[in-house]
Design a protein around this ligand. Structure first.
Ligand code: ADP
Ligand code: TRP
Length: 321
């Protein structure tokens, strides 16, 4: 089975990114043919500071490597190291009805938020389709917000295949319902753009501060509390197995438990869980050339597959004459 996903190198990482996508990708290395890349072309739709994008790309690579991405077991590269992806985007653009892109929630949300609707933002899903179809991906693990983009990819692939025969494998999004939407400090979806994140790789003090900001209700300590309505519980449970979740649930229902003590426990759990990764990340970032070498090797492996796909596509559409 071939599994592919990408992450934009735009800023810091949070628990939503980790549980919604990265953890699963890292686990897939053991079970599937894994393709994982840093979507720096996509990040250009929201970032025009070149230095920040370049630095963010190296950091995104270090993040994934520190969390356990193994370049020996997977194909791990930076999107823009394969210019083939732009050529495929163009070929696919001719099979992408305007209406399909106009219906994309992500585009509409961004425009509603006041972001200028330029062509890059509009064509974003076509570039994403090229990422996915280039590698004949079967499974695309993403958070709920990206589901529609994978469906658009399928629609484009079907149109292309109808015209030229079975060129592309049809991908399916894979969304783990348990972690489809990791809630943020305020109970809304955790997202950089909402300023409600618990970030990975923080210093202790900053991490503690974020956790203490998790919004809870004002039920007094002695009274029973409802875990299902509590976003502190919803975040905490991500770190617990079934039996541990049940035990925490009981403490909520029994009363006599304060949110402050639960926050302190959660802080310690998150700190202990991520500290080894934070140290690994620091080591990796101290040797940027080392990261560049890993990415260059990954790009070479990815390019081998991309060239094969593009050979087929170029022939089908008539670019080989
Ligand atoms: P953000 O919303 O913070 O900008 P991104 O859009 O960069 O996050 O998301 C990167 C990956 O992490 C995507 O696969 C996305 O679906 C997933 N993801 C982001 N936030 C969450 C969340 N709160 N819950 C589950 N998955 C998430
Ligand atoms: N758009 C995705 C995001 O913002 C990143 C991405 C780019 C991606 N290309 C992809 C994800 C292909 C999965 C497959 O999270």
């Amino acid at each position: 089975m071939r599994v592919l996903s990408g992450i934009q190198p735009s800023g810091s990482l949070h628990l939503g990114n980790y549980f919604g996508m990265m953890k699963k990708m890292i686990a897939y290395q053991e079970q599937a043919e894994l393709f994982c890349f840093i979507a720096n072309y996509h990040a250009m739709t929201s970032l025009s500071d070149g230095k920040a994008l370049a630095q963010g790309t190296l950091e995104a690579a270090a993040n994934f490597l520190a969390l356990g991405m193994d370049p020996e077991k997977s194909v791990f590269w930076v999107q823009s190291d394969l210019p083939e992806v732009q050529e495929l985007t163009w070929a696919l653009s001719n099979f992408t009805p305007m209406g399909l892109l106009e219906r994309c929630h992500s585009y509409k949300d961004k425009v509603a938020k006041g972001i200028a609707p330029n062509h890059g933002l509009f064509a974003y899903p076509v570039l994403m389709a090229a990422d996915i179809l280039m590698f004949q991906s079967e499974v695309v693990p993403v958070g709920k917000d990206q589901k529609q983009h994978v469906e658009v990819t399928r629609d484009i692939a079907i149109k292309f295949n109808n015209e030229y025969g079975e060129v592309f494998t049809l991908p399916a999004p894979e969304i783990d319902e348990e972690v489809a939407v990791v809630p943020g400090l305020d109970g809304q979806k955790m997202s950089k753009s909402y300023g409600n994140t618990i970030d990975l790789f923080l210093e202790e003090k900053a991490l503690r501060k974020q956790i203490m900001r998790i919004v809870t209700d004002s039920t007094p300590v002695e009274e029973p509390k409802d875990p299902d309505k509590c976003n502190l519980f919803q975040i905490y449970r991500l770190f617990l197995d079934k039996a541990e979740q049940e035990a925490l649930r009981r403490r909520y229902l029994d009363g006599g438990m304060g949110y402050g003590e639960v926050k302190q426990e959660l802080f310690e759990i998150i700190r202990d869980f991520f500290t080894p990764f934070t140290e690994k990340r620091r080591e990796l970032l101290a040797d940027k050339d080392g990261i560049r070498r890993i990415l260059a090797q990954g790009a070479e492996k990815a390019r081998y597959v991309a060239r094969k796909t593009m050979g087929k596509v170029r022939k089908k559409v008539g670019l080989i004459y």
